[in-house]
Design a protein around this ligand. Structure first.
Ligand SMILES: CSCCC(=O)C(=O)COP(=O)(O)O
Ligand SMILES: [Zn+2]
Length: 204
């Protein structure tokens, strides 16, 4: 994909994600792998109102090639995920209420979701009996350090569809923007179900 097409796809994704309420204020950031590097959102903008001016183009090594402002403060985590997970073409990071609350409620380092038909919205999952394990990492303002922790974890437990950052949000991956959008939508549905289930069970 060329960088102009990548920016257009991320502008559309930003409008959709913002309408869902998953990137409040200036939260979230997006990237796509292009023919010769990456396109990433500039830092500090409302991701529901992006224009072609709100992106930076990076080389395959992550060096800034063009664009105004600073790349997302979380660019290092995007780049690490592309490096770790084969065939990743798009990373979308969101700050939904469900992802933020569940990642705090679950004190283990894995959120396991099982028993839902909608698990099949995630590529490679063909049954509600196949558990979806989403790794949770403690939030860290040092993004390089956080990215290193994700890389270390990945050596033992390969990351596939997404990771959660505790009290912060979701990083969803896919081979292209439409697969990553589907993963976000499927996971958000599953997170909402889990929150409802936890609330109901606490009332028993
Ligand atoms: C109020 S958003 C705090 C920063 C953050 O978590 C985020 O996703 C947005 O950062 P960016 O630098 O990409 O705008
Ligand atoms: Zn964030």
């Amino acid at each position: 994909m060329n960088s102009d097409a990548a920016k257009s796809a991320l502008i559309d994704a930003g409008k959709w994600i913002s309408n869902k309420g998953w990137v409040p204020a200036t939260g979230g950031n997006f990237s796509i792998k292009t023919d010769d590097g990456f396109v990433v959102t500039a830092s500090g903008h409302d991701k529901g109102c992006l224009t072609h001016q709100h992106f930076l183009e990076l080389s395959e090594n992550g060096e800034i090639r063009s664009g105004d402002g600073k790349p997302s403060a979380e660019t290092a985590l995007h780049l690490k995920l592309y490096q770790l997970v084969p065939n990743t073409g798009c990373v979308l990071h969101t700050h939904s209420v469900a992802a933020t609350v569940l990642s705090r409620f679950e004190t283990n380092n894995i959120l396991q979701i099982n028993g839902y038909e909608m698990q099949k919205s995630l590529s490679g999952i063909a049954s509600h009996h196949t558990p979806v394990d989403i790794a949770i990492f403690d939030n860290d303002q040092d993004i390089e350090r956080l990215a290193a922790k994700v890389a270390e974890y990945h050596q033992q437990h390969p990351i596939s569809h997404a990771v959660l950052i505790r009290g912060h949000g979701l990083y969803a991956l896919g081979k292209d923007v439409s697969e990553t959008r589907r993963h976000i939508e499927g996971l958000e549905f599953l997170f909402a179900c889990e929150l409802e289930r936890i609330k109901l069970e606490s009332m028993k």
